[in-house]
Design a protein around this ligand. Structure first.
Ligand code: GRF
Length: 218
């Protein structure tokens, strides 16, 4: 494990659940690539749309651009390279341990291009959120945008959902529709889908956080 930008030592975990009413929810973000969704969450926090704090970014690909974004926002970034682990479970056990070390309450998979196992789901039951570039339950799995183009549908979009063991199948929190236009290719369509992703991912997190505040025992 290497930490590219340690600004603070990992806090001692106080367990799940935010400590005080209206306390920011503590997020751990997992990303493999560009990190534009990380940026959208960070921007929503910065401008007050989302009462949260990103405790840590976990990335599995040393080239992930998300790292630069984390640095710019003063968020510690931890590399857990899947190639250095013997199994998916071993990687997920280390991911879970790291998220706990950083006192994370909610886990956001923002372009984490790995299949997650029960090991990680059990560590954050019902508290892992994923963003997927299709209107689920259509076009699960990889190349969702190419799948939509190949199927000739006229509308696709993006979905924010709770992570369960079955890939891209957990309870849906929020969706946005995106029309497929004449002449669209995967890049042009992905760009328009991402505009919507950047709206609904922070909004869905905020909704979950609000539910937690309202429903929290006093
Ligand atoms: C997004 O399109 C998301 O739906 C998918 O991976 C992509 C990540 O994009 N799961 P970015 O790295 O946040 O820019």
């Amino acid at each position: 494990m290497s930490e590219s930008n340690v600004l603070v030592s990992p806090p001692i975990s106080s367990g799940q659940g935010s400590s005080a009413p209206n306390a920011p929810i503590k997020l751990g973000v997992m990303a493999s690539g560009n990190g534009s969704n990380f940026e959208a969450v960070a921007a929503a926090i910065a401008d007050g749309r989302l009462n949260a704090k990103i405790q840590v970014l976990i990335y599995n690909n040393p080239q992930a651009k998300a790292v630069e974004r984390a640095k710019n926002h003063g968020v510690p970034a931890v590399l857990l390279n899947h190639r250095e682990f013997d199994s998916r479970e071993a990687l997920d056990a280390k991911v879970a341990e790291t998220l706990k070390q950083y006192d994370v309450d909610w886990v956001i998979m923002a372009g984490w291009m790995r299949i997650v196992t029960q090991t990680l789901i059990d560590a954050f039951p019902g508290r892992m959120i994923n963003i997927h570039p299709s209107l689920l339950p259509s076009f699960k799995g990889i190349r969702a945008i190419e799948q939509a183009l190949a199927s000739n549908v006229k509308i696709t979009g993006c979905t924010v959902h709770i992570v369960t063991l079955e890939m891209d199948s957990g309870p849906i929190l929020m969706q946005a529709a995106v029309p497929i236009l004449e002449g669209d290719d995967a890049d042009s369509l992905h760009r328009r889908i991402q505009v919507q992703e950047h709206r609904i991912l922070p909004a869905a997190i905020a909704l979950q956080a609000a539910k937690e505040t309202v429903l929290a025992p006093t």
